[in-house]
Design a protein around this ligand. Structure first.
Ligand code: ASP
Length: 338
């Protein structure tokens, strides 16, 4: 009796101690899709009603695009690409239009996609003129023997394979330029004024499960503000920013990319499920709330398993996120009250 009470108390503590939104289903669903639009210091008190509505509307619109494809029997690959394209086209997120600036006030974009059916994928890093970098990642997956292409080579490959191009200035916005100038501002002594800026990671990501049980995960980003030396984060790195395996789960990450690369975050979640025989929920919680927090890495993930169970786990104040399943839809920004 005493033992049962202790177990119950431990479970209650685990549930209430972590910032998360977990949804569990017991059986496989017809389809499921989960998205994020970045994690970070996203607090209700810093948000206007108008801005909040704009984010919620765009997240809902993105979910509808992917859901329609999945409802009509389309593939998880199509659902992920079309959903991410819509988010890349929105200046609200740090991907495609609205990407953050490099130290030279240009935009360098990274994206990746991975198919859980064959555990193969494609990615591009440091592209400057591909309107929708996720389409270039898909082209690498479908038409190249390679997995990751960078810079001018990636641009040439994407153009040759029909990806739409734009001038680099297309991606820029006034708000992102302000953020760049803020992070570059120095005082009279030459010290950076905003040495520890509040991070707001605005990367976008999507993971879908289609009616055939295939899982696809994709991620797209402009990286981190004021990045130099062709810095590349985790978003185009399979195993760090994106991972998918039909045997376990699909994951898309957002956060401080260097940490997500060092700890192979997306793969670590899948590996814990496989080796420790634990649920997606538990694996994601261990990696994001325990390992990453211990190492000092901030951010989050969205993920789903092959039964359609969803995890939206983050160790920051908020994460733009949402998911859909038949007859179920959730869209949230701040820490969940559940
Ligand atoms: N993870 C991305 C990077 O480090 C940033 C983000 O998630 O917004 O490039």
């Amino acid at each position: 009796m005493m033992r049962s009470i202790l177990v119950l108390l431990a479970c209650a503590c685990l549930i209430s101690c972590s910032q998360k939104t977990e949804v569990k289903t017991d059986s496989k669903v017809a389809y499921a899709m989960v998205i994020h639009g970045g994690a970070g210091t996203i607090k209700k008190e810093n948000m206007t009603d108008e801005k909040e509505k704009a984010y919620l509307d765009k997240l809902n619109q993105a979910l509808s695009v992917g859901e329609k494809i999945l409802q009509n029997g389309g593939t998880a690959m199509d659902a992920v690409v079309e959903t991410i394209k819509l988010m890349e086209d929105s200046p609200l997120f740090n991907a495609g239009k609205g990407a953050v600036y490099t130290a030279d006030a240009t935009n360098e974009l990274d994206a990746s996609i991975m198919n859980g059916a064959d555990t193969n994928g494609g990615a591009v890093a440091g592209v400057k003129t591909i309107k929708n970098p996720i389409t270039a990642a898909r082209a690498v997956y479908e038409k190249s023997v390679h997995v990751l292409l960078t810079g001018e080579g990636a641009e040439a490959f994407a153009k040759n394979n029909g990806c739409e191009t734009v001038s680099n200035s297309y991606f820029g916005t006034e708000n992102r330029l302000k953020s760049l100038r803020k992070s570059q501002a120095k005082d009279d002594q030459g010290n950076y004024i905003n040495a520890n800026p509040d991070y707001k990671y605005g990367t976008v990501g999507c993971v879908a499960l289609d009616k055939n049980g295939n899982i696809v995960a994709g991620t797209s980003t402009g990286g981190m503000t004021n990045k130099k030396y062709n810095r590349v984060g985790d978003s185009p790195i399979l195993g760090a920013g994106t991972y998918a395996d039909n045997a376990t789960c699909g994951v898309s990450s957002t956060g401080h990319g260097e940490f997500f690369i060092r700890y192979a975050v997306a793969y670590d979640i899948a590996a814990r499920m496989e080796y420790k025989k634990i649920s997606l929920k538990e694996a994601a919680r261990e990696v994001i709330q325990e390992k990453l927090v211990e190492k000092g890495g901030s951010g989050g993930i969205v993920a789903l398993d092959n039964q359609g169970n969803i995890s939206m786990e983050f160790n920051t104040a908020g994460m733009y996120r949402g998911f859909v399943k038949p007859n179920e839809r959730v869209v949230e920004i701040y820490e969940s009250k559940n």
